[in-house]
Design a binder for this molecule. Structure first.
Ligand SMILES: Cc1cc2nc3c(=O)[nH]c(=O)nc-3n(C[C@H](O)[C@H](O)[C@H](O)COP(=O)(O)O)c2cc1C
Length: 335
């Protein structure tokens, strides 16, 4: 397919320097109220010095007071000043940067609450634009709120937000509409979804539904789609362990490749990519447009630069998952 890892591309309306993305990674280094800290600026500076084409921030809270776990927040204008600094450190080193906007939450929302939520989502996106971000990503994977809306196991609503897949995708389309109305149709809006919930009993959001949902999202006007899978924890969670061999890498590849054949928007693959050869083969053999990494960039924030400069040994990350740490994600081997 003649795609190269290190070439400039237009990814869903964002000009990026290469096809490597830092996938959304919450690091819990904001203040308790969710403001940007020097620690965070240092981290994003290092990532961008490491030449990753596009950085997706960890999930940011879009409504007030949902938790206090040191996530970044973007629910009012007081956050703008710090977020502008965050954007600037990335742009200074020629990485593009978008926030991941999302919500934990449950499904028992009234229609009025859904409407207000959709509105606040749009406001958060507009704030992102004002801060200088290059677009936004809507988090609809991993068992969080939108992922629950998509899942027939969790979503037992009997109104127009539950039941058919068309109904279960509705809130995300309303969010897209809210964002595009407030930010303009050319403001890039990406979405991250599960290829499958990977429930053992086969209930939940399946790959068959994922393919249909991907088409719905592409037709509605999302600008790119990132394919992940599962919910936190468990053997088939988004961040799987025990990735030692090349064959164990890129564990959502087959799903993403199939979706990439069916939708016209760029498909991004995330999950277990550790070797540049694996990334190159994926780009060569499939229509997947970009490769997203999380844990390898916790251990080696400058991994992409290392690869650009010719040291193409695989990532040092051993996928032990000890980076999941409520005190702030970090690699135990970097201490
Ligand atoms: C510490 C940590 C925090 C994460 N936070 C998020 C998040 O905020 N949003 C999200 O969509 N995925 C999050 N993920 C999942 C990653 O984006 C990615 O999908 C997963 O780790 C698989 O990619 P990898 O094998 O390159 O790590 C997180 C992963 C880790 C390790």
């Amino acid at each position: 397919m003649n795609k190269k890892v290190f070439e400039k591309i237009n990814l869903g309306g964002i000009e990026v320097n290469n096809r490597f993305i830092r996938s959304a990674t919450v690091v819990q280094k904001a203040t308790i109220d969710g403001y940007v800290t020097e620690d965070l600026l240092d981290m994003y500076r290092e990532l961008s010095e490491g030449q990753v084409g596009l950085i997706i921030t960890g999930t940011m809270g879009i409504i007030e007071g949902a938790d206090n776990s040191k996530l970044l927040r973007i629910h009012d204008d007081s956050y703008l000043e710090g977020l502008k600094k965050l954007v600037d450190v990335a742009h200074k080193n020629h990485s593009k940067i978008i926030p991941q906007l999302g919500h934990g939450g449950t499904l028992q929302m009234t229609k009025a609450e859904i409407q207000s939520f959709v509105e606040q989502f749009g406001e958060a996106a507009l704030r992102s634009k004002k801060a200088g971000f290059d677009g936004v990503q809507v988090h609809a994977a991993h068992g969080f709120l939108f992922s629950k809306f998509l899942s027939p196991y969790h979503n037992r609503r009997t109104d127009e937000y539950g039941g058919s897949l068309e109904n279960r995708t509705r809130i995300m389309l309303e969010v897209l509409d809210s964002i595009k109305t407030k930010c303009g149709t050319d403001f890039p809006v990406f979405i991250k979804i599960n290829s499958s919930d990977f429930f053992e009993n086969g209930n939940g959001f399946t790959f068959e539904e994922c393919k249909e949902a991907a088409k719905i999202f592409a037709d509605a006007g999302f600008d790119a789609i990132e394919i992940s899978g599962g919910a936190a924890g468990g053997e088939y969670g988004p961040a799987r362990s025990k990735i030692h061999l090349k064959e164990q890498e890129a564990y959502h590849k087959d799903y993403a490749a199939e979706i990439a054949q069916e939708v016209s928007i760029p498909v991004i693959l995330v999950g277990g990519i550790r070797s540049i050869e694996v990334a190159e083969d994926i780009l060569e053999e499939t229509n997947i447009e970009a490769i997203s990494l999380s844990r390898p960039l916790i251990r080696e924030p400058k991994l992409i630069k290392r690869w650009v400069e010719g040291n193409t040994e695989k990532a040092k990350c051993i996928s032990c998952n000890r980076c999941f740490n409520p005190e702030g994600a970090s690699c135990i081997f970097n201490k």
